[in-house]
Design a protein around this ligand. Structure first.
Ligand code: NAD
Length: 440
């Protein structure tokens, strides 16, 4: 149990001083713990639990890439295919120095629960490359992406496993990935396989509404929570950790509801502004400079000060294991809305709940991303282009349904919202296993 407010890391060997980081956070073990707890509540048969406790496939690839200076560097990539009983594996590709096999296993399992909760005909996958993309040029990032996708070969595909953006990747990464796949897997795929990845740029087969989708889904959940509690969002305050895709869109969409972002931080540092930041100007600054650091308004603060700032809503939108014991004791907020996957450790969650702070759990709160990715995949497969209104309307219906089912289940089973969301997902999965049984 780590109870100091120092930066929390999910993997060893990350310290900038070269010293090994503190004890490794067992993210996959944490997700397996939630699975066991929910499985007991829904009385899941032991054999189904055994199947869902491990991924079906774990792919590790070492591959060489020539860098701009002419030297060759080796990279390590992962693709975890957790479960495909509901449909093709689906989940992000993460580029980060802390990517590990076990973290991908945790994230891939969560994708299985997320797709089941959202009633999508998709399974759970996740992958990534263990490197810091900030240290590489655009040309190098393109070669790294293309070489990895080529190495994955037919391990991915629009009817098999469909990657998407995650930490350190974006629509451009997906355009390179799609282009590499369709050019290397065979002539027929050239025109018909755009759906091999989602989160693509619009002109390359993406969908309207995907860039904001995860933030939009999160903000819908915050709205439903506020309605339930009779809490007025107009005039409320939010602090956001992580100002990438999820953090920046959440800030912009919350500001439309009158919620002011008074604190923000990322890998570069943390800022505080009692009068609130302009989300769009800050986003532009991050786009140009790579971090919130150096933004001309607001006061720089430490990570410790950031976690102590009084706010109505706290949105973790960076990495797992950011809210441990010390952070949970320090947070002065009403709601933690999990934009990131796994941001609360189990001890952190216990303390937040004991202190009366509500949590909108990741599996529900950030599922808008995979839901709109599913809409993109459907459009690709049908050669259609939906309007933004159509995407937005479908997403809102899907989020409302999942929110209602999660909270009803949590009340019915007298458990947390997180375990409630797991229970909804597991009930669907165990029904399908009971119907299909084990082949042969
Ligand atoms: P991103 O790469 O766009 O942004 C990540 C942000 O986290 C950046 O601001 C980065 O500076 C910050 N960060 C990285 N390391 C940090 C550290 N040690 N301390 C503080 N901040 C740090 O990634 P994203 O797509 O916005 O993903 C953020 C989280 O949301 C991840 O947990 C991801 O799995 C989850 N998520 C993303 C999507 C999606 O559609 N992109 C969907 C569901 C869940």
């Amino acid at each position: 149990m780590n109870d100091s407010l120092v930066p929390r890391q999910s993997s060893p060997n990350l310290s900038s001083t070269g010293a090994p980081a503190a004890e490794r956070y067992d993210f996959f073990g944490v997700v397996q713990g939630y699975l066991r707890e929910a499985a007991a509540l829904v009385e899941m048969p032991a054999e189904t639990l055994a199947i869902l406790s491990q991924p079906k496939q774990e792919i590790i690839i070492h591959f060489p890439v020539r860098l701009d200076d002419g030297t060759v560097s080796m990279f390590k990539g992962y693709r975890i295919q957790h479960n495909n009983i509901l449909g093709p594996y689906k989940g992000g590709l993460r580029y980060h120095a802390a990517v590990t096999l076990d973290d991908c296993k945790a994230l891939a399992s969560m994708m299985t629960w997320k797709c089941a909760l959202m009633n999508l005909p998709l399974g759970g996958g996740k992958g990534g490359i263990k490197f810091d993309p900030r240290k590489f040029s655009q040309n190098e990032l393109e070669r790294i992406t293309r070489r990895f996708i080529h190495a994955l070969g037919s391990n991915i595909g629009p009817w098999h496993d469909i990657p998407a953006p995650d930490v350190g990747t974006n629509a451009q990464t997906m355009a390179w990935a799609m282009d590499t796949y369709v050019n290397t897997v065979g002539y027929l795929a050239h025109t018909s396989a755009k759906g091999v990845v989602t989160g693509k740029p619009l002109a390359s087969g993406g969908t309207l509404g995907r860039p904001k989708a995860t933030g939009q889904g999160l903000v819908h959940c915050i709205r439903y929570w506020a309605e339930e509690k009779g809490f007025a969002l107009e005039g409320a305050t939010v602090a956001i950790q992580g100002y990438g895709n999820v953090g920046s869109y959440s800030a912009a969409l919350l500001s439309k509801l009158g919620v002011s972002m008074i604190a923000v931080g990322d890998h570069g540092g943390y800022l505080h502004s009692p009068e609130g930041f302009n989300p769009h100007k800050l986003h532009e600054h991050v786009r140009k400079n790579g971090s919130v650091l150096g933004y001309p308004s607001g006061e720089p603060i430490t990570r410790e000060q950031f976690f102590r700032i009084k706010c109505d809503i706290f949105v973790p939108a960076a990495l797992e294991n950011q809210i441990g014991v010390a952070e949970a004791r320090a947070l002065d907020t009403k709601l933690v809305a999990e934009g990131a996957n796994g941001p609360c450790s189990p001890d952190g969650e216990r303390i937040l709940l004991e202190r009366g702070i509500d949590i909108l759990p990741d599996v529900l709160a950030n599922s808008g991303g995979v839901t709109v990715s599913y809409y993109e995949w459907v459009q690709n497969n049908r050669s259609e282009s939906w309007t933004l209104e159509e995407v937005d309307e479908r997403l809102e219906v899907a989020m409302k349904r999942a929110y209602r089912k999660t909270m009803e289940m949590a009340r019915q089973k007298n458990t947390t919202a997180r375990i409630g969301a797991y229970c909804v997902a597991l009930q669907l999965l165990m029904t399908v296993y009971a119907e299909r049984q084990i082949w042969p």
